[in-house]
Design a binder for this molecule. Structure first.
Ligand SMILES: Cc1cc2nc3c(=O)[nH]c(=O)nc-3n(C[C@H](O)[C@H](O)[C@H](O)COP(=O)(O)OP(=O)(O)OC[C@H]3O[C@@H](n4cnc5c(N)ncnc54)[C@H](O)[C@@H]3O)c2cc1C
Ligand SMILES: NC(=O)c1ccc[n+]([C@@H]2O[C@H](COP(=O)([O-])OP(=O)(O)OC[C@H]3O[C@@H](n4cnc5c(N)ncnc54)[C@H](OP(=O)(O)O)[C@@H]3O)[C@@H](O)[C@H]2O)c1
Length: 316
């Protein structure tokens, strides 16, 4: 078993000693929310983080139809990683793995939109997102200032091909993610569908530092006790921390771990196109490397409506 010891992770704002109280902002309407003393600005250390790089030119996308929603809850895992829960228009339908376009306005009222994978289940009355804040990023700068009660815009449609129905039936589902690429997998694991479509799910989440293992407690719980509605699958959660030696049993990048067989050993499963299905999400260099590696092992991507054995989503 390769889970890092629970005692070794102290996530800022998750109740560890000295956790800053302002890292949680809450609303009673959100089932996972925990009360916070007051709504506050974004993470205090973010200003320092973005000061190191000049702002880049944004690429605003103006969606045709949006609804105005409100931030109900936020949780800062680190100064550059936050989960947000926002109100949801009842007409917005999505499949786990989809992304939505979220817009945040500045003082002039003009919103900037970015695609963000939905981390909540389709049945959740709110929408949840997991966001990495980028130094110099235009959307990130606005995200850093957002407070509970502020409004955001959400495009009415959801999009994406990183869904389990893009894959042909198989026994094992491998979810290979870096950073905020975990988000679409959270949506899947919070929905019974994926638990009933496979015998085994292996979730690999690669981050630089241990405190970036967002949702680690929820994932460990799911690995021990699948949700009631799950009739079939079991979950193996394999965190990979690449820049804190000793923080996790696995510490190399995912392609290297796959290439030399350590990932299969840790998962207790083989990876082959006959039985395994793979969804990859996050860093584009990682998706590129895995596309090559899995392609050479005979995995095919979905094409023109024909399901495949491996699907990829890159975030930039
Ligand atoms: C389909 C899709 C789904 C996405 N889902 C998410 C999501 O769930 N969560 C999320 O945080 N981002 C997600 N992104 C990225 C997101 O749209 C923005 O790029 C991000 O919020 C930063 O916006 P920005 O304007 O601050 O910086 P940008 O100008 O958009 O990006 C600047 C640079 O930051 C880096 N970067 C961008 N996004 C990330 C990231 N997520 N992690 C690490 N480095 C990054 C890249 O080097 C990029 O060139 C997704 C992108 C796509 C295409
Ligand atoms: N994470 C932070 O501490 C931090 C802090 C402030 C700002 N940021 C900004 O956030 C952005 C990056 O955020 P992030 O850390 O979430 O994403 P990231 O750089 O994609 O790193 C996430 C994980 O992906 C791994 N990875 C990177 N390239 C890979 C590849 N080619 N193949 C396989 N795995 C790969 C990383 O391993 P490696 O460790 O080996 O690279 C790490 O484990 C950058 O713009 C950065 O400036 C990050």
């Amino acid at each position: 078993m390769t889970n890092i010891a629970a005692a070794s992770i102290v996530l800022p704002g998750v109740g560890g000693p000295g956790a800053p109280s302002r890292s949680l902002q809450a609303c009673a309407a959100c089932p996972t929310a925990e009360p916070a003393p007051s709504a506050s600005a974004g993470h205090p250390r973010y200003a320092e983080a973005i000061a190191s790089k000049p702002a880049t030119e944004g690429t605003p996308h103006k969606p045709a139809k949006t609804t105005r929603e409100m931030l109900r809850w936020s949780r800062w895992w680190t100064s550059t990683l936050v989960s947000l829960r926002i109100t949801r228009d009842a007409r917005l339908r999505f499949t786990p793995g989809h992304y939505a376009r979220l817009g945040i306005a500045d003082d002039t009222g003009s919103p900037i939109f970015r695609p963000l994978s939905i981390a909540s289940a389709p049945g959740d009355p709110c929408l949840e997102f997991l966001c990495t804040l980028i130094p110099g990023g235009e959307f990130s700068a606005r995200l850093a200032e957002i407070r509970v009660g502020d409004s955001l815009e959400v495009e009415r449609a959801s999009f994406g091909f990183l869904t389990i129905d893009a894959l042909s039936p198989g026994n094992d589902l491998w979810l290979l993610t870096t950073g905020s690429g975990l988000a679409p997998c959270m949506s899947m694991l919070r929905d019974p569908g994926v638990w009933n479509a496979f015998d085994r799910i292996v979730l690999v989440h690669s981050v630089r530092h241990a405190e970036e293992l967002a949702y680690a407690a929820e994932l460990r719980r799911l690995a021990q006790e699948p949700p009631d509605a799950a009739r079939r699958a079991s979950l193996r959660y394999l965190p990979v921390v690449t820049r804190d030696p000793g923080a996790s049993a696995l510490s190399q990048r995912i392609p290297a771990l796959l290439d030399d067989g350590r990932l299969c050993l840790a998962a207790g499963a083989t990876l082959d196109p006959e039985h395994s299905r793979v969804l990859v999400c996050g860093n584009p260099a990682m998706t590129r490397e895995l596309r090559g590696l899995l392609g050479s092992r005979g995995f095919r991507t979905p094409r023109r409506g024909v399901p495949g054995q491996a699907a990829f989503e890159k975030y930039w």
